[in-house]
Ligand binder design. Structure first.
Ligand SMILES: [Zn+2]
Length: 386
């Protein structure tokens, strides 16, 4: 015996009594209960499952198995076949799903009305929903136009009715989309606006959806993919976005609306400062190198003079020399203090400075500074060798 689906007739039915007609344990250890009737909506048509309670047990998932009815996946005390049980749906979750699902009917119809752009798919995700619409040349303006029409339909609070029709009757109706199944159809009508076959849970009038907002969009597989939300999800998203905007504004001691300009200015100033810091680092390197050279021994300075025009700078060679010095210092068994003579320390520091200068070189190729630093780095390499 198949389950009678009470949600088909009344999406506001949140409590009901039923008889258990099947209990089974699945491979994954979960217990599935089948009832003679249920108000629990199972996952399907882009709408997630209801949750709630069945007697003392918690209903964590509902699965549609077509002819076998609805499997209620439960946790907790397991009823027996023939038991009478009381079911209770989690209302806020159902309301949220109902608003997203009904909102999608309205938004999809708005895109057809305005741009003859049908919806190809729809998903209710954890925090938002996604629809793929065959919208040509998507722009913020065109999308907002459809959002405005959808909200107008919501605020007019138009009645929504469920019609059960035969396939012959359906063939003569201006349905927004082709039915996905044969035979008798359940058709959802929004007065003077939309007529579409669907098995989900819907509002009784459009006003229950509250509001619709599109958060973002992108081109995907030749379609326009939009992230939108309706009703209580819009409020949750507004709170989150508002909190973020206020926190950013507080950093500037400014109003929320002024933040984008102020952030833009700060990013620009930051780029200029980074450039200036880079220039000053080079100056500091040069000054430090010259200072070190002044303090080095005559032998070292002679070595520099003889190699001062030795050509191209090889940054890797300088780095290798630096490593060589470090290895020499860290040789096992050697006495660090003994090896790290003042001149050795000077040479190591010069290598570090020259490496730093060479790193800067790569960013300033072609400039006068490059030529000067290439010359300087060559001299420093000579120090390492002498
Ligand atoms: Zn629907």
């Amino acid at each position: 015996m198949a389950t009678e689906r009470l949600y088909y007739h009344d999406s506001r039915l949140l409590e009901f009594d039923a008889t258990v007609i099947g209990v089974s344990e699945r491979d994954d250890g979960q217990v599935a209960v089948i009832l003679d009737r249920t108000a629990f909506y199972p996952t399907g048509g882009g709408q997630p499952t209801d949750t709630g309670t069945l007697g003392e047990a918690r209903v964590v998932d509902c699965i549609d198995v077509e002819s076998d009815g609805v499997l209620h996946m439960i946790q907790g005390s397991v009823p027996e076949i023939g038991d009478r049980v009381h079911g209770k749906i989690d209302w806020l979750r159902r309301l949220g799903h109902l608003q997203q699902h009904t909102g999608q009917h309205i938004l999809s119809a708005a895109f057809v009305r305005l741009f003859d752009a049908p919806t190809h798919s729809f998903r209710v995700l954890e925090h938002e929903c996604e629809i793929d619409v065959a919208l040509e040349d998507p722009t913020d303006e065109r999308i907002e136009q459809a959002v405005d029409l959808a909200n107008q339909i919501i605020w007019e609070n138009r009645p929504m009715t469920i019609r059960h029709v035969t396939s012959e009757e359906a063939a003569n109706l201006p349905l927004r989309k082709e039915p996905s199944r044969e035979g008798a159809l359940r058709v959802i009508e929004i007065e003077d606006f939309d007529l579409t076959p669907c098995g989900g849970t819907h509002a009784k009038s459009t006003g229950e959806v509250g509001v619709i907002a599109v958060r973002s969009w992108e081109r995907a597989k030749g379609l326009t993919r939009m992230q939108f939300m309706a009703g209580i999800r819009v409020l949750a998203d507004y709170r989150k976005a508002n909190r973020t905007a206020r926190e950013v504004a507080a950093l500037f001691s400014a109003g929320r609306e002024d933040s984008p300009v102020l952030v833009g200015q700060m990013v620009g100033e930051n780029k200029k400062l980074r450039r200036r810091v880079s220039e000053l680092e080079q100056v500091a390197c040069r000054v430090e190198a010259e200072d070190l050279l002044r303090g080095s021994s005559p032998t070292v300075r002679e070595g520099i003079e003889s190699a001062s025009d030795s050509g191209r700078v090889d940054r890797e060679a300088v780095t290798d020399s630096s490593r060589g010095l470090s290895a020499q210092r860290d040789t096992p068994g050697s006495d660090r203090k003994k090896v790290s003579d003042p001149e050795g320390v000077t040479r190591r520091r010069l290598v570090e400075v020259s490496c730093s200068g060479s790193n800067r070189l790569s960013k300033h190729c072609g400039s006068v500074r490059f030529t000067r630093w290439r010359h300087r780095a060559a001299r420093l390499r000579a120090i390492v060798r002498c």
